[in-house]
Design a binder for this molecule. Structure first.
Ligand code: EPU
Length: 338
């Protein structure tokens, strides 16, 4: 097992923060992962499991052992009555997986194109975009339980998937390491394109009945237009979740701001567009030191280069306080802040 010491994580987090891992290693299979965990245990070191670092904000150097998940297996199973299974290792790049599925005529993931990160991170925050969520396709997650050392499969229900939420974000799930995800994809090319900006994009190109490849291309184009590419400007996608409020809270917001975008949920609550709240409060395009709020999508905080996780965390806290004061709505950060 190869371990690096005082290893820079700058290229291992999409914000590009230059923090050090006290110790760093990669694991490509269960045996390697077990060896790495044992190495840390024998030295009484904490362990930090890292994917592609697209949902982590490092405010300081990371003590203990950082294990980067490098499981790269990808299996396409033969179709059955309900679709076709695909199994992807935790270290598989998400966007590459979306492309491979389309090439193999496995459909559904096209709405989730260009989401930065790895397949193993996808169930943790139940990634979602343009009318689809991972939970629409996820049948099981293979995990290693750090408390017992067991490797087992959790089914869809056991993963407790919600809006940008899952078992893996909760206290009960914190010791579970995602090894691989199991998806059930469609074999018929019938894309979903009702999401407002996607429907508009297809409409303005005069496309009535798009195939999944066309939806993939439009999703990529919309994302490239609105969202900064982490390879150019450090970011972790949406920094805040869209808040879900009660009918009374929505009524009070709309009495002052009838134009506020809102979306009904199944339980009588309403989702509010956090990007709209942040823009309305005047933060869009705001810059402080080396960090700021993206000029084209206020939900995304950015590192203009040379910024720190501490600066981002302070900016995020200031935005949360301001939104609370102006709209009486609490914004919850989406990435993990360490
Ligand atoms: N809006 C503004 N100002 C902004 C941003 C958005 O007024 O600066 C308004 C838009 O005009 C629209 C509404 O807010 O009326 C929703 O905007 P958009 O469709 O861009 O989606 P979003 O709610 O801002 C969510 C996800 C994104 C995902 C898009 C598309 C969350 C936290 N974010 O953003 O996911 O790509 O929908 O489905 O749910 C991510 O999680 O990292 C991410 C990028």
């Amino acid at each position: 097992m190869q371990v690096s010491h005082n290893y820079s994580l700058k290229t291992h987090n999409t914000f590009g923060f230059d923090v050090l891992a006290e110790h760093f290693t990669r694991s490509a299979n269960v045996a390697e992962l077990q060896r790495a965990l044992a190495w840390a245990k024998s030295r009484q070191l904490p362990v930090f499991i890292l994917g592609a670092g697209s949902n982590s904000v490092f405010t300081a150097d990371v003590a203990g052992l950082v294990i980067q998940m490098d499981f790269r297996q990808l299996e396409f199973l033969a179709p059955n009555r309900t679709g076709a299974a695909v199994i992807a290792g935790a270290g598989v790049d998400w966007h590459w997986l979306v492309q491979q599925c389309l090439q193999k005529q496995r459909y559904g993931l096209e709405n989730l194109a260009l989401i930065p990160g790895s397949a193993g991170a996808a169930p943790i925050q139940n990634i979602g975009a343009y009318g689809r969520e991972l939970s629409d396709f996820l049948t099981a997650v293979e995990i290693l339980d750090r408390t017992t050392g067991d490797v087992r499969l959790l089914n869809h229900e056991q993963c407790l998937l919600g809006y940008r939420d899952s078992l893996f974000k909760s206290d009960q799930g914190r010791d579970l390491i995602v090894l691989a995800i199991h998806l059930n994809l469609a074999v018929q090319d019938k894309p979903l394109c009702h999401y407002a900006s996607l429907a508009q994009s297809l409409d303005s190109a005069g496309i009535d009945n798009p195939d999944s490849q066309t939806v993939f291309e439009h999703v990529c184009a919309i994302r490239r237009q609105k969202l900064p590419d982490p390879a150019e400007i450090g970011n972790a996608g949406s920094f805040f979740k869209n808040p879900v409020v009660s009918a009374d809270q929505l009524k009070s917001l709309l009495s002052n701001h009838p134009e506020a975008p809102h979306y009904p949920q199944n339980d009588g609550c309403h989702k509010i567009a956090a990007g709209w709240l942040i823009e309305k409060a005047g933060w869009k395009g705001y810059r402080r030191d080396r960090v700021g709020v993206h000029a084209d999508q206020a939900l995304v905080l950015v590192n203009h280069g040379g910024g720190s996780g501490q600066q981002i965390a302070t900016l995020a806290a200031d935005i949360q306080r301001d939104i609370e004061q102006k709209f009486h709505i609490a914004l919850e950060a989406e990435p993990g802040i360490y």
